[in-house]
Design a protein around this ligand. Structure first.
Ligand code: PEP
Length: 254
């Protein structure tokens, strides 16, 4: 049986200047450092990456970007490339539902970003998840399978082994209405891992870490993490509150 190390990442979204981000990190760093057995990642806005990188160096805590472009450089005003993130970051979130909904990210561009992230040695956290309408129409399996397979086009099994998946039902993000632990586990174990097994192998599907994301708090984290197919969380709002985020990370330790 595969032992998967849980991974908890804080997505700070468009919150905190570089100075504020450094102060926020300061408020949780020593406690986060002390937690073993859980991979920990902080994903601040682009402008705060350079401020946090030296503070996290040698801490065992990863630093992630919230998206990236697939080209290395060029006439793409406002974009940031994997080449630029390389050396600064360890991780990158790809295909977050807010990027898909407001900034035109698609399965195809998530796939391009994923190839570029791996080329630059970044660990991708690939987000998939259905909207409320899709959920209510009974289309969850179809949507997450399409997103998963679309993201992975052209990736070898060896490359796919290096990624992290985040199952984030759109209706649970920032709403205070998390999926039930059993419901999230059913999607991950019954839809996402089977899609990975179909593309690659059962062994690979069992070895990839799949986080749950969507209104995770210190109050519901332990029950979510007790599910056999949930390997940690991608945390939005609660990652901006030091004691709350530290408690979520501690809950992943099991
Ligand atoms: C997210 O943005 O990835 C997220 C899960 O947000 P929240 O925890 O606030 O629902």
């Amino acid at each position: 049986m595969t032992t998967r190390v849980p991974i908890v990442a804080g997505n700070w979204k468009m919150n905190k200047s570089a100075v504020e981000a450094a102060a926020l990190l300061e408020g949780m760093l020593s406690e986060l450092k002390a937690i073993t057995g859980v991979e920990r990642v902080i994903c601040p806005p682009f402008v705060a990456l350079a401020a946090l990188a030296p503070r996290l160096a040698g801490s065992g805590i990863g630093l992630g970007a919230q998206t990236m472009h697939w080209e290395d450089s060029g006439a793409f005003t406002g974009e940031v490339s994997g080449l630029m993130l390389k050396g600064l970051c360890s991780h990158v979130i790809l295909g977050h539902s807010e990027r898909r909904a407001y900034f035109g990210e698609t399965d195809e561009t998530v796939n391009r970003r994923l190839h570029a992230a791996l080329k630059h040695g970044l660990v991708p956290i690939v987000c998939v998840g259905e909207t409320l309408a899709e959920n209510e129409a009974g289309r969850t399996a179809e949507v997450v399978t399409r997103q998963m397979k679309g993201a992975l086009v052209g990736l070898t099994e060896e490359q796919a082994a290096g990624l992290v998946v985040a199952y984030e039902p759109v209706w649970a993000i920032g709403t205070g209405k998390a999926a039930t632990p059993g419901g999230a586990n059913d999607v991950i174990g019954g839809m996402i891992r089977p899609a990975l097994a179909e593309l690659y192998s059962r062994a690979l599907a069992q070895s990839i870490r799949v986080q749950y994301g969507g209104s995770v708090t210190a109050a519901n984290a332990a029950e979510l993490f007790a599910q056999p197919d949930i390997d940690g969380a991608l945390v939005g709002g609660a990652s901006l509150k030091p004691s709350e985020f530290v408690a979520i990370v501690a809950a992943a330790r099991g």
